[in-house]
Design a binder for this molecule. Structure first.
Ligand SMILES: Nc1ncnc2c1ncn2[C@@H]1O[C@H](COP(=O)(O)OP(=O)(O)OP(=O)(O)O)[C@@H](O)[C@H]1O
Ligand SMILES: Nc1ncnc2c1ncn2[C@@H]1O[C@H](COP(=O)(O)OP(=O)(O)OP(=O)(O)O)[C@@H](O)[C@H]1O
Ligand SMILES: [Mg+2]
Ligand SMILES: [Mg+2]
Lengths: 253, 253
């Protein structure tokens, strides 16, 4: 049974793309077959995978010109990618005119997902119709969260959107958890924000918190995940632990 | 002649809201009359100004139910705010059906702007029709940029969008400059990214770079800019220098 993971947060710069990339790479390293779907018109995940040119993209699938299979790029033995470019931004207007606009991605994934253990969808920074598509297609959600007040403010909004989708469009949707990212343990704010989340939301907070390292900011220009680019840095170690915790948490959900 | 400043970057979490808030507060401290316009449906600037409830918002202006004047909240003697909430997200669909959709904000500002020295528009993290509205209304642009590879990748896209608007919709638009934010001077990556920008783009890079401080991440929950909340921290000092440099740069443009 394939797991379809939506990595979501409408707050900007909270590590969604970095988390999508390293979660997928980490799962593949454990022998899982992984498909990345880049659902952000800015194509950061596509770029971070070292892909700059491609014949077909996710936009072609949304316009229903191409099947998902026709867009898939093989990154290595275990990891495939459906790439995206800015053309995806124009699909939003097209989608608003479709009756089944929230189901385009889940329909496209129906057959393809069966070939993978995990499909990881990197979402854009807004609760757009594309992001709703990811929530409707997903089985599990990961919410990367920076430990700041503005990031915490955004959490309410993303959780209520998930609740809406769960009640009306996708009853099987579950939140695997909130992943604290770019943590600085010396900072009182980090621990305060985590206390607030744990105290106010009945939601799992991953114990494997991701620290901060310039290696994570450098990795994309080498077309590699930080796990691959700088395996001995703190962020790589933390993502390694996160992947383990993710596997054990999602088994029980 | 009022200056209308669009603070823009479609990459997430690059300090747009924090920069909008501190630029406005810093200008007001120098005796300028400032109007904030929160153009992000997530309403981070509204929240950061300590505003949680309001009768009318920017969405009402876009639907042309209310004039801009009817939404204005007085924050203090020199600073006013046009607040926003999630309702703004629904205006995008409405706007796509209007012939003059890129001019809604500039038309609304036409009379109101005259009462202010500076109007500061905090943009959302996407190059949406709302963000285009900001570029069409603006006289000057500030682009806050994190010193990472993915942030640099986004710069091409924002500059080409600005060029389009300049050629087709707003000939007076000028870029005041790129503001490096969340700088860690020990990091080679910060200096490398700045060198790349200076080397490849014929665009001003503000010398007053903004460092990193947990005070900046805490300030929004007190409804204050970091200049007001923690005036002696590094980020407050850097924003103080930035405001001075901004005034001298924009005088010559
Ligand atoms: N653990 C980390 N340490 C240091 N830098 C990081 C870390 N994780 C991510 N970054 C960098 O911070 C920036 C934001 O991260 P990322 O792009 O993954 O967030 P995002 O939520 O996908 O952003 P967007 O809202 O633009 O989609 C990127 O430049 C990235 O390389
Ligand atoms: N100089 C700084 N030092 C430390 N933290 C900062 C600094 N500037 C901003 N922050 C924090 O980093 C996060 C991102 O900043 P901010 O919200 O201003 O960026 P943004 O570009 O407006 O994000 P979005 O894409 O969501 O609109 C916020 O939680 C903010 O409080
Ligand atoms: Mg991203
Ligand atoms: Mg913002």
């Amino acid at each position: 049974m394939s797991e379809i993971i939506a990595v979501i947060n409408q707050k900007g710069g909270t590590g969604k793309t970095t988390t999508s990339h390293n979660l997928g790479y980490g799962l593949a390293r454990k022998g899982k077959k992984v498909l990345f779907i880049d659902l952000d018109p800015q194509g950061n995940l596509t770029f971070s995978c070292g892909i700059n040119e491609f014949e077909h993209s996710l936009a072609d699938v949304i316009y229903q010109d191409k099947s998902l299979n026709e867009t898939i790029i093989k990154l290595d033995e275990k990891i495939d990618l459906v790439p995206t470019d800015i053309e995806l931004a124009h699909t939003e207007l097209f989608l608003t005119q479709q009756d089944d606009r929230e189901f385009i991605i889940s329909k496209a994934l129906k057959e393809t997902a069966k070939r993978y253990d995990y499909v990881i969808i990197d979402c854009q920074t807004s609760l757009s119709v594309l992001t709703i598509n990811a929530l409707v297609a997903a089985t599990k959600i990961v919410i990367p969260l920076q430990m700041t007040i503005l990031s915490l403010k955004g959490l309410d909004l993303v959780l209520s959107t998930i609740q809406d989708v769960k009640e009306n469009l996708n009853k099987h949707l579950k939140v695997a958890g909130i992943l604290p990212v770019m943590i600085d343990r010396r900072r009182k704010l980090s621990t305060e924000v985590i206390d607030i989340i744990v105290g106010n939301f009945d939601i799992h907070v991953f114990k494997s918190q991701i620290g901060s390292s310039v290696r994570a900011a450098e990795a994309p220009s080498f077309g590699k995940s930080v796990l691959e680019y700088a395996p001995s840095c703190n962020v790589a170690k933390h993502y390694g632990l996160f992947v383990k915790e993710f596997l054990s948490i999602t088994k029980k959900l």
